[in-house]
Design a binder for this molecule. Structure first.
Ligand code: IGM
Length: 452
């Protein structure tokens, strides 16, 4: 980002007088103090812990100013609510930079479609896109404020946990294109019915700019929520845009669409990916990308990995894998999501939690405190893997039944991951649900390889 300190204070309606502070140019804002570098602004958020506790650490690491909800001795911009200030700042920055926003939501396929659309647009424009699962009320503003200064096209993924989430994100981002990839199955959402999921997703039009366009599936479940005064393009069989020919290979697809002459190829299987690619190609065409560039971008596709996703184990069990960002807040949020979802009939709910790295001297306390995010009524089996997580294992053994907690210590000599996998293979049944959460460096993805 490129904002001066006084400009930023004005935009977030600072409650204190910052005129005495030098009007520095601020290039980077972080809410995780581990990422702070010289000259940054710190954003204390109420995550698993109150970020205000980490303001001293942020200044130790080079922060020059911090937002704050209370008067403090450090140079600060005083606001009522730091999360809301973050969102107001992101909306302002989008307005100021006049970047074109393409917003994408959907129960499945939004990450793949986001990646495909961004790679198509990159052939012609300076393009930036949501990284990882930064698609919520904190991740989306973070994405906006971290886009390179010369960005022309911004592809934003919009996730929804609760009704109203997408309304907030769309009115913040003011997209020119709003895309819904798919209305998913209710058991993977908080909404209870597909109709409610549809209603939530259609809020993506709430911030659509005049003259914008909605791109949505032909699925009639959304018909009740379509906007009156916006251009709407439906996709699916016999719809406005649709696949004409499709040839499936072991790890690729070739297909043609009714709005391009070129045959397209993507180096991944799955008919649903042809639909995702068709939507991405349509976005490219609307934005003026040539059909040759669309074809080439899709053929050279590289997809985001390690996103938060539901997978199927080879025995049919559901696996929720979130091995992307391991910090106390992310672990607490994914546990909340996982524990809210009902068991499958006769199914167990199993969680595998691994070390969160780089938490400094507070690591034992931050791991132990995760005990308050674990509900013995909602988890049948808890695997803990690593070294730093040991305090949580000890705490869990006093809260869960003894045989409901299994701790696999990872020390230098013996790596317990293979023992953990073996135990899981003996325990996981087809109707079970499994959560995997931990730092990338803990390599929980090898469990996925062993189970899927
Ligand atoms: N609570 C908490 C902490 C963090 N939380 C987050 O980074 C965070 C992550 C998330 S998130 O769920 O990961 N999220 C990011 C946005 O996109 C969607 C996913 C959210 Cl929503 C909010 C927050 Cl505040 S990062 C972090 C802590 C507490 C400890 N911090 C390091 C540290 C250790 C010891 C010290 O003395 C000082 C700092 C690092």
């Amino acid at each position: 980002m490129n904002l001066t300190l006084h400009e930023l204070a004005r935009v977030v309606s600072a409650k204190n007088d910052v005129s005495a502070y030098p009007n520095l140019v601020l290039k980077n804002i972080e809410f995780d103090s581990r990422l702070i570098q010289d000259g940054d602004i710190f954003l204390p958020l109420k995550g698993a812990r109150d970020g205000h506790e980490f303001i001293p650490t942020a200044f130790d690491k080079g922060a020059v100013v911090t937002l704050s909800e209370k008067k403090i001795a450090f140079p600060h911009i005083l606001v009522t609510n730091t999360e809301q200030a973050f969102q107001v700042l992101a909306a302002y920055y989008l307005e100021k930079t006049k970047v074109d926003v393409i917003a994408i939501t959907g129960s499945n396929g939004k990450t793949t479609t986001k990646d495909m659309a961004a790679q198509i647009l990159e052939t012609t424009y300076k393009t930036y896109k949501t990284q990882g699962n930064y698609n919520n009320q904190i991740g989306l503003p973070y994405t906006v404020l971290h886009m390179p200064e010369d960005t022309q096209k911004l592809v934003l993924e919009m996730g929804q946990d609760h009704m109203g989430d997408i309304h907030l994100l769309s009115t913040l981002a003011k997209p020119k294109l709003a895309v819904i990839t798919l209305i998913g199955e209710s058991h993977l959402e908080f909404f209870g019915t597909r109709d409610k999921i549809a209603e939530g997703k259609l809020q993506i039009v709430d911030g659509l700019v005049p003259g914008g366009e909605l791109i949505a599936p032909a699925d009639k479940i959304i018909n009740a929520y379509l906007p009156e005064n916006q251009k709407i393009t439906r996709f699916g069989a016999d719809s406005d845009i649709h696949i004409v020919d499709l040839y499936e290979y072991k790890d690729a697809l070739r297909f043609t669409v009714n709005f391009l002459d070129e045959q397209l190829m993507i180096p991944i299987p799955g008919k649903f990916n042809a639909t995702n690619a068709m939507v991405a190609a349509y976005i490219g065409m609307l934005e003026g990308v040539s059909s040759e560039n669309i074809k080439r971008a899709l053929a050279d596709l590289v997809l985001t990995k390690n996103r938060v996703e539901w997978l199927k184990a080879s025995n049919g069990a559901d696996i929720l894998s979130d091995v992307y960002n391991a910090n106390p807040t992310a672990m607490r949020l994914i546990l909340e999501t996982f524990q809210t979802i009902d068991r499958n009939p006769d199914g167990k709910k199993i969680a595998v939690l691994a070390d969160m790295k780089e938490l400094g001297e507070q690591s034992p306390q931050l791991h132990r405190q995760m005990i308050t995010a674990l509900d013995p009524q909602k988890l049948d089996l808890l695997y803990l893997y690593g070294e730093e997580i040991e305090p949580l294992a000890a705490a869990a053994m006093t809260v869960f039944e003894p045989d409901a907690v299994k701790y696999f210590r990872k020390d230098n000599e013996k790596d317990a991951l293979d023992a953990l996998l073996k135990d899981l293979l003996n325990t996981l049944a087809p109707q079970d649900q499994l959560l995997l959460k931990g730092s990338n460096s803990m390599k929980l993805s090898t469990l996925i390889e062993g189970l899927c």
